[in-house]
Design a protein. Structure first.
Length: 302
């Protein structure tokens, strides 16, 4: 699976002494803190020691609109101008961090808020990336069969789904996870099962036992798009598609539905921050990972 990542942030607050003009610096650290969200599009980070929060509110926008990635690039970049009303950036300190300091909108200062500093200018940029995976036990980078660095043109079974999002890479209606890919970090895919010894691992072989009948067509007991449950020989106690002694044919009529896992990562950057005691050109706020979902697709049968 493509790796997700977190961006650590650390910036300096510059304080001007009213007495002698000396510059005093203090580090404000939000390193590796989780970016959270709730209600409308409001991102925040919080810490307890000392109790502080950073928050970004993007008004008149639903989270779903930040996920409307381009179909070709699987990315979407949007920019919002901080205006103090709908789009806001706040830094707060507290006497103690309250439970759930944020809800649908940035709330008014409460009794335990020591300071509430809001930027008077700046720009919020979000970059959303959609990551899809078939969760078949094979890292996406190893599904680059032709080795050209482009995952999109590796489609072993020609069903229109590249292997990295195809849970049945060879189109035999046996999920890749059931074909013993035996992947390990040390051995890669070198231990993948190859029933007929033809040099093609089962998960890429559409005739696993080399009996001349396609695996997907060996449904002699129950034609339900699942060759795994067709065992006609008690002597071997293995599915027909792995048994070269059984080569009767019941032609398949369709592919199984494929489930593709989806996850979105939103990288949030703020520029031109102008607080009462801080001017910051660039602030990498962090990355928000949207809870995983999935989509289901049934490839056109060929």
């Amino acid at each position: 699976m493509r790796q997700s990542f977190l961006i650590s942030i650390s910036f300096l607050l510059v304080f001007l002494s009213c007495d002698d003009g000396d510059i005093i610096t203090a580090a404000l650290e939000f390193n590796d803190l989780e970016v959270q969200t709730c209600g409308s599009v409001l991102f925040y980070k919080e810490k307890t020691n000392p109790p502080e929060t950073l928050s970004i509110q993007i008004g008149n926008t639903e989270l779903s609109s930040l996920l409307a990635v381009d179909a070709d690039t699987n990315t979407l970049q949007r920019t919002f101008v901080i205006n103090g009303t709908s789009n806001r950036f706040n830094y707060r300190t507290y006497s103690s961090l309250p439970d759930d300091p944020f809800c649908n909108d940035i709330p008014n200062s409460q009794l335990n808020v020591i300071s509430d500093d809001e930027s008077t200018s700046g720009t919020i940029t979000t970059l959303t990336t959609l990551v899809e995976d078939d969760n078949d036990g094979i890292p996406a980078e190893l599904e680059d069969i032709n080795g050209n660095g482009n995952l999109e043109d590796d489609d072993t079974d020609g069903d229109g789904l590249p292997n990295y999002i195809d849970f049945d890479d060879d189109g035999d209606n046996v999920p890749t996870t059931a074909e013993k890919v035996n992947y390990t970090e040390n051995d890669g895919l070198s231990l993948a099962q190859d029933t007929d010894g033809d040099g093609i691992p089962d998960y890429l072989d559409n005739d696993d036992d080399n009996d001349g009948v396609l695996t997907r067509d060996e449904e002699n007991l129950s034609p339900d798009k699942n060759p795994l449950n067709d065992i006609t020989s008690d002597a071997f106690s293995i599915a027909d598609f792995l048994n070269p002694e059984v080569n009767s044919q019941v032609p398949a009529t369709g592919y199984r539905a494929h489930i593709i896992a989806e996850s979105y990562e939103i990288v949030i950057n703020v520029s031109g921050i102008n607080l009462s005691n801080l001017v910051q050109d660039q602030l990498l706020f962090g990355t928000y990972s949207v809870p995983s979902a999935s989509r289901t697709i049934t490839p056109t049968f060929n």
